[in-house]
Design a binder for this molecule. Sequence first.
Ligand code: PGA
Length: 237
Amino acid sequence: MDDKIVAANFKTNHTRRSTAEYVEAIDLFLSEKKIGLPLYIFPPSTALDSFETKNSIHIGAQNAYPTVKGSFTGEIGLQQLEEFGIDTILVGHSERRHILKETQEFVAEKFRWFKERGFTIFYCIGEPLEVRKAGEEAVRQYLLKQCEGIDTSYENLVLAYEPVWAIGTGKTATPELIEQTHALIKAFSDRPLLYGGSVKPQNIKEILEVPGCDGALIGTSSWEVSGMVSMLRKVKG
Ligand code: PGA
């Protein structure tokens, strides 16, 4: 499963120091076990840095404003990312859509802006529970709307299907549901497609074996080195 993409979303966890320790520990683990998969880590913006690693560990931003620099209090822009050579960004995460009220228009503007600068964009889509309960066609329509204004054939795009009801809840989508939903998404985009939502050591292997699943975007279970290591062992095993 070496070609699967594994990504860790730290959200509002970890400090600058603990992120550096984490990256060092994971780098060492990958070297010792000779695991060669592409690994992405999205630390909080205060912990962004250019880490020297032996393995292919990419550091990405969880968010940035579509600007080089300027007056956008509390935000960071391209200038702050370029300082550390960051060229990967998460766009459209459900916590930014729902808690921070980012609209589809704004999400699409951010996508366009970072696409024009060649960024690798991890673009998240996923339905809330009431839409899932309304059935597969409702889910399909919802996911399509979340792709409005998004170039779903962008060469540096990585899609992540993250059902809102599975994020941080411990409730993982079943392999059957992931397979069905990934097929809906694959019908309109051929880019790599990750699953996210309560991925953990107990389920990562079966999730990554789902046809049409190209990797995992992991929150909670990725925050401790031990959790990440046990997931990477499963992926490799
Ligand atoms: P979770 O988060 O693994 O804690 O469910 C996933 C995500 O939000 O990307």
